[in-house]
Design a protein around this ligand. Sequence first.
Ligand code: ADP
Ligand code: MG
Ligand code: MG
Length: 253
Amino acid sequence: NIILKIEDLKVNINDKEILKGLDLEIKEGEIHALMGTNGAGKSTLVKTLSGHYDCVVNDGKITYKNKDLLEMDVTQRANEGIFMSFQSPVEVAGVNNSYFLKTAMNAKRAYEGLPEMDAMEFLKVTKEETAKFNIDRKLLQRDLNDGFSGGEKKRNELIQLLMLKPDLIMLDEIDSGLDVDAIKTVANVINSMLDGKKSILMITHYDRLLELIKPDFVHILHDGKIVKTGDYTLALELDEKGYEAIGINDVNK
Ligand code: ADP
Ligand code: MG
Ligand code: MG
């Protein structure tokens, strides 16, 4: 079953064409890694999928769960199970993190026709989920991302993942700036969620995360398109030889 199909996608940011006719297909249960030089447009792709207002779609088609994704607003995309871990999550002072997550969860549950989860139940489930992975729950008592360290922001996104249980998980350099143990926690959380149905699109430059979460496919994004697709060994080859050795020259240089 195909969960996401992107056809000839063209996206502008600030009137500059960043994605220039990109095609990508993800089936249920597949793990895809997206690689590419700095500024290639990797973040632009996942931001476009999550419905970020920076990204102006000029052409192409995106089908998610057999529906037209481009017809959905940000909230609807989230309710339909799209989750995005941002490279730089926004800080929202004055919005309690726990309240924010409970609201997001209940919006999704209402969308799915499920009853609202009350505060007691929410507390119980967050306790259970975070305990499994030794994640500090105190983050939930603070304001959303306000003053969070890089590592805390990433851990907070893991809590969101565990609670929201999305179907399409997009991770934009979730491993950047994390120490080895934190990367392991990320991998443990992700791997625990894999049930043959959930799909992952992850952006990473680092081998370590790919070793722990083995992708089925590795794509290279270059000049606004996916120019090469391979299996896990493509990531290894890249790590060993670099982009130029496989015929990709950085257009931004
Ligand atoms: P990557 O994630 O592959 O490093 P990005 O998708 O972040 O690349 O960026 C692709 C291109 O879009 C870059 O040239 C970047 O400078 C540009 N870009 C990204 N965000 C913005 C923005 N908010 N305003 C202007 N240009 C942007
Ligand atoms: Mg970048
Ligand atoms: Mg990026």
